[in-house]
Ligand binder design. Structure first.
Ligand SMILES: [Zn+2]
Length: 114
């Protein structure tokens, strides 16, 4: 497990779960401002597992985040990358490489005709 904090970590407070076997909860700071930590940490729509993608998913639909942060800032925050975004980029690059191969083949065809 990497120790590096994900891009949305600063907007969440880690809370211990009711059962020790569960993962720690990342409770949305904006929900905490609205409801207090003790309430937000047990409200299903205020916390997620501490994964960048899930945290971003929460902020995307969090009404308290929307109310407390100006639109421009929200957009910037929601545009931050999660590890899953990088995977998508890698896939795209692979597809582009496939296209390059096609282009090379086209060139060789031309050479053939020359
Ligand atoms: Zn929230």
């Amino acid at each position: 497990m990497g120790r590096k904090q994900h891009n949305f970590r600063e907007f969440f407070t880690l809370a211990d779960p009711p059962k020790k076997t569960s993962n720690r909860r990342a409770v949305c700071n904006f929900c905490i401002v609205e409801y207090t930590l003790s309430v937000a940490s047990i409200r299903n729509d205020c916390f997620v597992s501490n994964k960048a993608k899930l945290c971003r998913g929460h902020l995307t639909k969090c009404i308290n985040f929307k109310n407390q942060v100006p639109d421009k800032e929200r957009e910037e925050i929601l545009a931050r990358k999660v590890p899953e975004d990088n995977k998508k980029v890698i896939k795209k690059q692979k597809i582009n490489k496939g296209k390059n191969i096609n282009i090379v083949e086209d060139d060789s065809d031309k050479k053939y005709y020359n």
